[in-house]
Design a protein around this ligand. Sequence first.
Ligand SMILES: [Zn+2]
Length: 413
Amino acid sequence: MTHPPHDTGDEQPRYYRVVALTELSDEMDEIAAEAGTWDGYAHAVTGLEVDPYVASESEDSWEHLEAARANAEEHTLWSQAHETFTGEVKRAEEKLAAARAAWEQAQGIYTAALQDAWQDYAPTEAAIRERREEVVRMRERRAAEERQAKARAAQEAQAREDAELGARTWVTFEPELNPRGRKKSPDMYLPTIHLAGCPVTKGREDDRRDRQWHYARAGGVQALLLSGGPLASNGSLTGKRAPVRLCGRCKPHDGIRAAGLGAALDAWQAQVDAIQPPIPAERSLRKRLDLGADWRGWNKQRSGYVEVLPDTYREEGCVADYEFILGWWDAERQSLVPAEDRLTHLEQVLPDRGFAVRRFIEPKKFGGGLCQVGVAVRVMKTGEARQRREDAAALAAHQEHTGPAQAIPLEDA
Ligand SMILES: [Zn+2]
């Protein structure tokens, strides 16, 4: 098909394939977008003349073919413009690549120069480092010497103090009063005396922040033994005092006596001996009484020993607060009965189990006279219990020496 020349005026319009310039750089895309002459891609006209109505190669092709109308003059102009554009972009990119290569080379030169400089300086740095470490070692030595001197001085001061005031042979524990603490028992704030080195103290006497544990000398121990410690109730002091405790683990008694504090220790022991223990709690009481099958317990259908309600007797002053009353319950008669042999049995066995037993007089309103159905019992004081043990031991020693006492035959009553 031939076409008339473009300047004839009545020629048919010509259409050319147009393609998107998809490989422009991001920088160019940004410039085009800012200039507002761009709708996603820039485009160029090709030399392929096409039918403008054909939008794809085949019916099932996804590709969208674009075309634009151009006369011969325009087609030439646009083709040249694209060529110029491509050339300018290429030259700019070449310049950038050259500059980048030059920069990388300069960077290499720079790094090499730094390495050279460091190599020159390294021996100096090594020398300075050695001398710095020397000073660090000097400081450490000086600090250690000062620490040692301080420790020596403290030790010497301690030794002088010990020479003047006596050795710190003991450690005392004096609990701090704490109303919100768990120490509820009245004697929980009593000081305890230990021998220094006792495993119970766990070295807490050396912890200056724990003010409850102290080293103690003879003078301090003597003062504690003589003054006792405070009794408390629910974490607050009652104003009453009681003898201090001596640790049961390290048993400092002998050491205290050996240190010349025998008189103070005896005074302390006398106070401890005189303490009347309270009535033990139900379970431990039953265990300590050890009456076995003779204990009636809660079952009123069996005969046996029972604790008699002592309230009236206490009110009338017949028994003390620390005493309780034991009697014999007769299941058949469902009452306490006068059982002289049973009461005598208690008088015989309970002292060996740490209880003092006594007969008491009935209140006048019950007729007076010696109570026939019960005896008053209390836990022995420490002194009484010890005296009893000592007496028994002395008797045993005496019998070993002289032979068992001759049994005196009793006449039938
Ligand atoms: Zn101890």
